[in-house]
Every structure is written in C-alpha cells, then in structure tokens.
Design a protein around this ligand. Structure first.
Ligand code: F0G
Length: 492
C-alpha cells in the first residue's frame, strides 16, 4: 500500500465535523453587562432594540446581516490600495470589471466609451429611491409587484406614489414545506398583468425573499416571471441583495443544477433580468455600499431611455459623480474583493450550512421556526410560539420576546411581523400576513458555541411563554416605518 492509499482510509471527507474554511484574522472583545444594566438601558430606549447601544450587547447581535460582515484579510489589505481621486478612481474600473465577472457578459460596461448604465449609491435604499423616483415620472396609478418587497423597498415605492404589491407564494402563506418558498405567485402575477399590465412599469423578484422568511427563488420561477414580463413587455428586475445565497439553493435543490458552478448559476439568473439593484452590505461582503445596474440592451433601457439620464442626474445631485457614487475609493476596493469571495463554494457551503444548523437547533428544541430554513436568517413564527397563551395580535408578542431576550440573555433579534409590517389605520391594527422574529446571522462572525447559547436562551423563554406579557405602544403606533421609531412598555 503506498502512502496515499493509506491516507485515503483517513481522508477528511469522511470526518463528521469539518473545520471552518477560514481562520480568525482579528477579534474584538465584548464588554460584559449585567441583566440589570441591560434592563435599565432597554427601559430608557422604550424597548426599541434599534436604539439599544450595540456595545452593551453581551451575547450575539442578530439585528441584521447587513453591513455586519467580518471582512477578509484581503479586504482589509485592499483598503490601503484605495484611490480617493474625485473622478474615475482606480477602484471604479476594477469594480466595472468585477461586475461583469460576477454577473455575466450582459453586464459588461466600459466607463470610458459608454454612457453610465450603472449607478453607485452608499447603500441599497438610495438606489431604490432613485429608481422609483424615475419610474414615478411615467404617470399615476402605477403598481410594482414582487414576490415580497423588503420594508424600505416598499416604503420607497409608496413614497413615490406607486403601489407596492406582494404576491407571496402559496407555500409561504400556508406555511407548507417547499424548497423554493420565496417564489413569486405566478398565477397572481398572470392575473395582474392580464387585467392591468399598462399600470405595471416593472416586475420585481427579491432574491432571496427576505420579507418571506429568507426563502430562495427557483430558476424555474425566475424563468416564468421573465417569460410573463416579456409577453407583456414589462421590464423585469431583481432586488439582488442575497444573489449568491440564492444561487447556492438553486445548486443544492433544483434539478439540473447540482453539477453547475455557483458563478454559472449566477450568470444564468442575471441573464433573465433587465436590471437590478443591490445592497452590497449583504452578498457584497462589505460594510457599506449599493448600486443600481441597468442592462444596456434590456427592455428597461429600450423602453425608458430618458430615465437613464434622469438616474445619472439624480445620482450626481444626491450621491456624487457617477464614477464613485456614494462609495469611497477604499470601500470600492473592498467590494471588488468581497464579490470574489462570495461566490466561492467553500464560503457559501459554510455560510448557509451554519444558518441551517442554527435553525435545526431551534427545531430540535421544539421551537417553531419557518421551515425550511432560509439562507441568511432563522425566523421564529410568533403566532405559533405564543400558541396556547393569552397573547393577542395587538399585544405584539414579538416585541415583548425580543426585549426579554436582550434584557435577560444579552442577545439581540428583531421583530419583523405585526408591528414592523402592520399598520394602524382608522383606529384599528391591520396585520400583515406573516408575524416573525428574525435572527439574521452576520457573515463570518459567529461560531457554533454562540448559536447554541442563543437557542438555549430562546428555549428558556419558550418554556415560560405564558408568563410573557404583551406590550403597550407608548409612542409611534400610527407613524410610517414605525418599528424604527416607536417606544413600548410591558403591559402590567
Ligand atoms: N432589499 C432587501 C431585500 C434588503 O434586505 C435590504 C436591507 C434592502 C433592500 C435595503 O438595503 O439596507 O443597504 O439600504 N436589509 C437589511 C436587513 C437592512 O436587515 O434585512 P440597505
């Protein structure tokens, strides 16, 4: 037996536990605060965890996976290669090349010889605002359908007097098991287009579907939406924040894709759309940055050519010269490296398996979470969590739960349910279809031990769920975007 034959008997592919595909580059220690200190602070901020100082989080911070990525050593090193020239800095050209590499040849852009077809913004929402402001010039009574608009996307659409419409899949609404619960409801989309395609300036798919439990969208669904969009001559866009995570699910779960590389799948996904906007704070693996990208030969550019000029003007007025937008030269460099890392198989395997493992720990502890587990977060189903107690919709149990978890155990999650997505209209609460608390897992930040501690804490709350009181909304119930601003107190 030669040496390698011997080694073959002991290969790491046979091991049950795999080490992470990276090591820590630097770490930061957390200050320790007692439950009493955390309680006092939460009282001061009216139980609104957005306003709770992060340096008093003794446990894990799952408020968002956005901008909370731990950057790689390459990214930290690339910061020092940043070029802060006012126009046409080095990073801009590298990014233009990288966008083509990451998203495919349709997105090739030559900054020297072509008019802008991509627009950089400091994060996702200004990119959304620019697009919807441009669209709002097309007329009144417009509707933008999606498989699930994110909250700021929805608010940006509304603030431009356009109606956002969520066409969630049946599997998502009925809480059924399915691999691609993030899909667009094709029947509802077909119906909408049949009745009023003239009022639909754009069709959206959010990949993965954050509002719909972080669930992925299948290639089949992308193709179906694309065909309908073509049939009715309506441009089709992605909200592409978690594009690489979505591609991983297609590779793992959709037939015909398991032999394909992630990059091939991404290229195919992006071949079907006429444009996309993205917050690079997610799958760009950076702490700040966003963009809006219009396909040069796509339907949007052909149907609304004047809007491209509108977008350039808007960007210059509100963010900066098109060659840097709202992003500093050094941050452009980190983005180039982030986009190279995010498509690596070993990165995505580890990233999503970590989230899946976290979800499985909840399931094993008998805690109701949205299944299958999505790509970036675990979503606690609050209605099921409080089932059998006296908690009512208007008691906002999700807000109570999140406050107690932070005060008692030092972990921060966020309510994305009846309070965040609900509305107080004509003296009544209008509940949205879903009522979740989200644990969004920052990329490359936590280890298994951290996740285990969180599940133990949630289990302790679940075991005593009948002792958890509801909350009173002391301020902000009727406001728009109320979850960012409201204040609460526990009911006595
Ligand atoms: N679209 C989706 C699907 C998002 O998840 C977000 C942000 C945005 C757009 C807006 O991007 O924050 O850079 O302006 N989601 C974060 C979250 C905030 O916690 O889910 P942004």
């Amino acid at each position: 037996m030669n040496f390698f034959e011997l080694v073959s008997k002991f290969k790491d592919e046979k091991a049950l536990s795999r080490p992470r595909p990276y090591t820590n580059h630097s770490v930061s220690f957390k200050k320790q605060h007692t439950a009493e200190e955390r309680t006092k602070m939460l009282e001061k901020v009216g139980l609104n965890v957005f306003n709770y100082p992060a340096n008093m989080i003794t446990g894990c911070d799952f408020l968002s996976d956005s901008g909370t990525t731990t950057m790689t050593d390459e990214q930290w090193a690339s910061l020092s290669l940043g070029d802060e020239s006012y126009g046409s800095n080095k990073g801009y050209f590298l990014l233009a090349k990288q966008i083509r590499e990451t998203f495919g040849e349709d997105w090739e852009y030559d900054p020297i010889n072509e008019k802008p077809s991509f627009y950089l913004f400091h994060q996702g929402r200004p990119a959304e605002y620019a697009l919807f402001k441009a669209i709002s010039t097309l007329g009144r009574g417009l509707i933008i359908p999606s498989n699930g608009h994110f909250d700021t996307t929805e608010a940006n659409i509304e603030s431009n007097n356009i109606e956002p419409m969520n066409l969630f899949s049946e599997e998502l609404v009925d809480g059924m098991e399915a691999d691609f619960k993030g899909n667009m409801n094709i029947e509802e989309l077909r119906e909408l287009l049949k009745e009023q395609s003239k009022n639909v300036p754009l069709i959206y798919l959010t990949i993965t579907n954050n509002t719909g439990g972080g669930q992925p969208v299948s290639m089949e669904n992308i193709k179906e939406v694309s065909e309908l969009a073509k049939q009715y001559k309506v441009p089709f866009f992605f909200d592409a924040c978690r594009f690489a995570e979505n591609a991983w699910f297609i590779q793992q779960k959709e037939s015909g894709y398991n032999k394909k590389e992630i990059i091939e799948i991404i290229h195919e996904m992006f071949s079907y759309v006429d444009g996309f906007h993205i917050s690079f704070k997610k799958d760009g693996l950076v702490n700040m940055g966003g963009g809006l990208f219009i396909k040069k030969n796509g339907l949007f550019a052909r149907k609304y050519p004047h809007l491209l000029e509108f977008l350039t003007d808007h960007q210059i007025l509100t963010e900066g010269h098109p060659t840097y937008g709202g992003i500093s030269g050094r941050d452009l460099m980190t983005l180039v490296y982030g986009l190279r890392t995010v498509i690596k198989q070993e990165y995505l395997d580890h990233r999503i398996q970590q989230v899946q493992q976290f979800g499985q720990m909840f399931i094993d502890a008998g805690i109701p979470v949205v299944t299958p587990i999505g790509g970036h977060a675990v979503y606690l189903d609050i209605n099921k969590f409080f089932h059998g107690t006296n908690m009512k919709g208007e008691d906002f149990g999700g807000i109570s739960f999140v406050a107690l978890l932070l005060a008692g155990y030092g972990h921060r999650a966020v309510e994305l349910g009846y309070f965040a997505f609900g509305k107080f209209e004509d003296g009544h609460e209008k509940h949205p279809r879903v009522n979740y608390v989200r644990f969004a897992v920052p990329r490359l930040k936590y280890e298994e031990q951290d996740l285990r501690a969180v599940v133990e804490a949630v289990k302790a709350l679940h075991d005593h769920k009948d002792k958890i009181p509801g909350v009173e909304v002391e301020y902000g119930r009727e406001l728009t975007l109320r979850h960012f601003k409201a204040k609460f107190a526990f009911k006595r």
